[in-house]
Every structure is written in C-alpha cells, then in structure tokens.
Design a protein around this ligand. Structure first.
Ligand code: SF4
Length: 360
C-alpha cells in the first residue's frame, strides 16, 4: 500500500527525488499566446473573476479579426502555443451569443474554436483548447486541430456543489460530469491536461481523492500529460473575495503529494504567477513544469497576477540549481497520440524551440 511521509520536509525530499530522476532539475514552460475567446459562461463558480453575462461590464467575445491579430503578434514573439480558453457552453445559456457566432459565420462555439485553431496553425502556433465540458464528438473534432485539450477536474468533492459551496451554481462542475469527459478523452487517446484547484474549501482527504481519480484515469487510458496544482486566489468582486488563500505549506504539501502519487510520465505543474511566495519553493516540493507563460497577453483568468519576466525567472531558477527550458503544448511522451495530420506543425514548432529563442 502506498504511504506518504507525514512530515513536510521528508515529503518534499521524496517528491524532489522522484522529479529529479525524471527531469534532472530541468523545469519546463510553454511560450504561449492566450486567447480568451469569450468570457461568457453558463456557470457561476463563486471564486471566478473571469465570467460575465451579456450586458455585464467587461464582457467580450473575440472577433475573428481580434483572434488573428493576436496570433500575428504571438508568432512575431516566437510563441509556439495558442491557448484557447473560454467559459462553458455560452450559447446554451445566452441566445445573444448564438447570434454573435452566426454573425461571425459559425453555428456554435465548437465550430468557432475549430476555425480559430486552424488560424493558429496557419500562424505556426500549436492550439491547446480548454472549453469546459465537451462531448466526445466535440473533442474528436477539436483533436484534428489541437495537439492537446484541457479540463481542470478541480475537485471530486460533491460536498462543494451543495448549497453555499463554491460550485453550487456551476452545473458543469459536478465531479461525475468532469470525470466522464476525462474518461471519454482517454478513450479517444487525446493528450490531456487536467488539475486540482487547491484551497476552495476541500479537505486534504478530498484533495487525495482528486489526485487518486486522476491517477486512476491515467492508469486506464494513459492520456494525462500534466496535472496543474492551481492555488485558489481570492478575487475582488466575487463571493469568495475574503476567503483565505492556501499558504505555502499547503501548496508544498499538495504538490509533493501529487508528484509522489502520479506516475513518472505525468508532469506536475505549478503556475508561476499564482504561488504564495517564491515559485522556486514550489519547485523544491517536486513540481517540474510552469505551464504556459506569455510574453504578450495577460492571465485573463487571474488578471491581477502577472506572469514573471522570463529572463528574471530563468536567473532565479539558475541560482537554485534549476534550468528553465521551453516546451511544446504536448509532452514528448504523448506526441504519438497527436493526430497524424498535425505532425508537420509539431516538427515546425519544435524546430522553432530548438533555435533556443526565449521570448522576452
Ligand atoms: S471558473 Fe470557469 S466554469 Fe466557473 S464560472 Fe469561471 S469561467 Fe465559468
């Protein structure tokens, strides 16, 4: 039976040891451009500062021109990933969004995402889409243009969906729904990114259940490429604006536990702009990846938290014995599962990374 050390220093030491055997203190990130296609969302997660309803201040849907202009700039800055991110199935809640899509020439959100992904490929950027809950047929369609897809599991806690909980008004955050989508992605052999949200009211036992569920999915299907351990951050204007954020000890325990529970071929990611304290402390808990970092666009989900400057980040990692390296939005271990038609784009993007150009 797998047992974890209870003392944090020993937990982190063992996690580091496992990480170093895997990646030799090379820490990866993906140079990306972030395309927040729309912030309309049918859910209302109590911690979310991103979502809007039609008519709200700050609501947006990117037009085709805005998408291609952003892709142009991303390509100029030698990004290799186009992250397409949006709220959950907005057209099912808001008829006006269906009209917006029709004005752009599309029937639904997935049709628009398919087009945006093709535009990204034509700009030599590799699409990775996180569109919330999708059907198997929708994922199968997007896998033709995306080298990987994503959906945060966040938590398997049903308790947090009850009245007063952070997911009570978010029908798409029901754990069973998300687990089903993750399994369907596995059946389709789609390289997949998922993760846990830490600090939204889950107990440590519930966190362990979440990581266990992800490990179980990967054991069945082998399609999980990375697991994001994302800290909750309290945003002004949300119902959880004054909720306590997870401290460094909680995050280190979460990361080290994930590293030890997940198999060696799955990356453990910590977002460098959201950590409590120095991100290098979280690397010392066994994380091996920093996710997408953009030299161009901000983190639209967490707009108060800027991504670090890559040169500064690289230096502070070097000071602690780590090397920072860019990577593609699909891991080398999952590359064989990418649809064959995307292979030329992967070769092209890898060549760009191999030039060794780190965006400023
Ligand atoms: S976290 Fe995602 S699903 Fe929840 S309200 Fe925000 S955009 Fe919607």
């Amino acid at each position: 039976m797998f047992s974890l050390p209870t003392e944090l220093p020993e937990l982190c030491r063992r996690a580091r040891e496992k990480r170093d055997a895997r990646s030799r203190r090379v820490i990866t990130y993906s140079p990306k451009v972030f395309l927040p296609i729309t912030n309309l969302c049918r859910n209302r997660c109590e911690y979310c500062a991103f979502r809007r309803s039609p008519g709200d201040p700050g609501v947006w849907t990117m037009s085709p021109d805005e998408v291609t202009t952003t892709l142009d700039r991303g390509r100029t800055l030698r990004c290799t990933e186009a992250l397409l991110c949006l709220g959950d199935t907005p057209e099912t809640a808001f008829p006006s969004h269906r009209a917006t899509l029709a004005a752009f020439g599309f029937e639904d959100t997935v049709g628009y995402l398919d087009a945006c992904s093709r535009w990204a490929l034509s700009h030599k950027l590799l699409p990775h889409t996180n569109a919330g809950i999708l059907s198997a047929a929708q994922m199968d369609r997007l896998a033709e243009t995306n080298v990987s897809l994503g959906l945060m599991l966040e938590t398997t806690s049903e308790r947090l969906c009850q009245s007063g909980g952070p997911h009570a008004r978010a029908p798409d955050k029901r754990p069973a729904l998300r687990l089903r989508m993750l399994a369907e992605a596995g059946e389709l052999k789609i390289p997949f990114t998922t993760g846990a949200l830490v600090g939204i009211g889950e107990t440590f036992e519930e966190y362990l259940e979440t990581i266990t569920a992800i490990a179980g999915l990967h054991a069945r299907f082998g399609h999980i490429q990375e697991v994001i351990i994302q800290p909750f951050r309290a945003h002004a204007g949300t119902r959880m604006a004054v909720a306590p954020e997870p401290d460094l000890t909680t995050l280190k325990r979460a990361i080290a536990t994930a590293r030890l529970m997940l198999p060696e071929d799955v990356s453990v990611q910590t977002p460098p702009n959201l950590s409590a304290g120095d991100v290098v402390d979280l690397l010392d808990a066994g994380a091996d990846d920093l996710g997408g970092i953009s030299p161009l666009t901000r983190d639209y989900i967490n707009p108060e938290f800027a991504w670090p400057h890559l040169t500064d980040l690289s230096r502070s990692l070097e000071d602690r014995g780590y090397a920072l390296r860019p990577r593609l939005p699909v891991t080398s271990r999952q590359r064989a599962n990418v649809r064959a038609s995307l292979e030329p784009f992967l070769v092209q993007a890898q060549a760009s990374l191999d030039l060794g150009v780190v965006p400023a």
